[in-house]
Design a protein around this ligand. Structure first.
Ligand SMILES: Cc1cc2nc3c(=O)[nH]c(=O)nc-3n(C[C@H](O)[C@H](O)[C@H](O)COP(=O)(O)OP(=O)(O)OC[C@H]3O[C@@H](n4cnc5c(N)ncnc54)[C@H](O)[C@@H]3O)c2cc1C
Length: 342
């Protein structure tokens, strides 16, 4: 039984179904769940210092494989590989990337020292076009997965607030499951609440551009297609956040957008959500220290689109008994918190 069906639950449930397992997915949709507001961008070169994102060489090939297979299974289109254009901020940045080594070859389509999209963005130092990137229409993926399981009578819309672990299984209402895997994002069930899932608030804008951007543009903020509109994101508020959209969030995104995109735009909408992050920014996978039939797949933080496929497969292989959860993402690393909690 998979509880919670955002990116994490969808990926895990599909992997289990592909392995021929009988899966029941239970989800109670909530407003502002992370997956429903995500812009869906996946980008192997991130951060102010433009470094290769964690485990990119393993994660990104599987991101392509997974969503393409999911599209065939579900019979819907939601995976959109597309180049990203990243203007350089300085001559130093330009020099650094003009001499990028062969390890960048899978991700660099073109590096240019002169302005390439001058009509649409401010790029006096040129910029780079990245490949192996794009976006997932996360809402369509989650909805399609839900409908696919629903058509097989394997989806229940409900809130799971009490499960009873027993020797030979887990009981929830009149359902008996071998194992329950909680993929509930920021809403941890009480039994797993010793784990440090930290809500990281984010806001996005939906805008209408006066003309269509040539590529996905990304510098400090991104502009990702949400046909026919664009999603601009995102803010990061790890502490002192209040629920809801804010004037500060809108101002920050609008200013950052205007600082590099020349195309006039109108703001159509604004959203907010909570990313389920962990203190070390690594996913959280594993079994409860006491109840081995209660498990968790969480902690996808800011990169759910590229982490969910790879670690959903790792979790499924572990449940099948044919793979291990690696130490870096295993919840065992927080075992000390459980002793305090007991
Ligand atoms: C503003 C914003 C922009 C983002 N943009 C991107 C992006 O461009 N690219 C990217 O890779 N990532 C992005 N992310 C991050 C990404 O959204 C998350 O990493 C990912 O969605 C987390 O998925 P999840 O399945 O773990 O959690 P969630 O999406 O929160 O899903 C959990 C589900 O479980 C349900 N649930 C909870 N408790 C229960 C219960 N007891 N019983 C039944 N159901 C329950 C919830 O209602 C929900 O449906 C963004 C996030 C935000 C907030």
């Amino acid at each position: 039984m998979v509880v919670g069906q955002g990116l994490a639950g969808s990926s895990l449930a599909l992997h289990l179904a592909w392995a021929g397992r009988s899966v029941l997915v239970v989800d109670q949709p909530a407003r502002n769940q992370s997956s429903s507001v995500a812009a869906g961008l996946f980008n192997p070169v991130t951060g102010k210092l433009l470094s290769k994102t964690w485990r990119a060489d393993e994660l990104f090939p599987y991101t392509f494989e997974f969503y393409q297979r999911a599209e065939r299974t579900i019979g819907a289109t939601f995976f959109h590989p597309q180049p990203i254009y990243r203007p350089f901020l300085s001559i130093e940045e330009q020099n650094q990337w003009m001499s990028a080594g062969p390890e960048w070859q899978p991700y660099l389509e073109r590096v240019s020292s002169t302005s390439t999209f001058d009509g649409q963005v401010y790029d006096p130092y040129g910029g780079m076009i990245l490949k192996s990137c794009g976006y997932v229409d996360v809402n369509r993926f989650v909805r399609g997965t839900r409908e696919w399981f629903g058509a097989r009578e394997s989806f229940v819309e409900d809130f799971v607030d009490d499960v009873q672990p027993m020797d030979e299984g887990v009981q929830w209402k009149n359902i008996r499951a071998k194992r329950v895997i909680f993929c509930t994002g920021c809403a941890l069930p009480p039994v797993l609440s010793f784990l440090p899932v930290r809500p990281l608030k984010g806001e996005t804008l939906t805008v209408k551009f006066a003309e269509r951007p040539n590529l996905i543009y990304n510098r400090a903020v991104y502009a990702v297609p949400a046909d026919p509109l664009y999603k601009i994101g995102a803010t990061y508020q790890p502490t002192k956040w209040v629920p809801g959209i804010t004037a500060e969030g809108r101002h920050e995104l609008e200013e950052k957008l205007k600082s590099f995109i020349k195309i006039p735009f109108d703001v159509i909408d604004q959203q907010w959500g909570l990313r389920p992050a962990s203190p070390d920014r690594r996913p959280l996978l594993g079994a409860h220290p006491r109840h081995s039939r209660l498990l968790i797949f969480n902690g996808l933080g800011t990169k759910g689109v590229s982490l969910a496929p790879y670690f959903g497969r790792q979790m499924a292989l572990f449940l099948e008994g044919s793979g291990q959860i690696e130490d870096l993402v295993n919840i065992n690393r927080f075992k000390a918190l459980y002793s305090k909690f007991e």
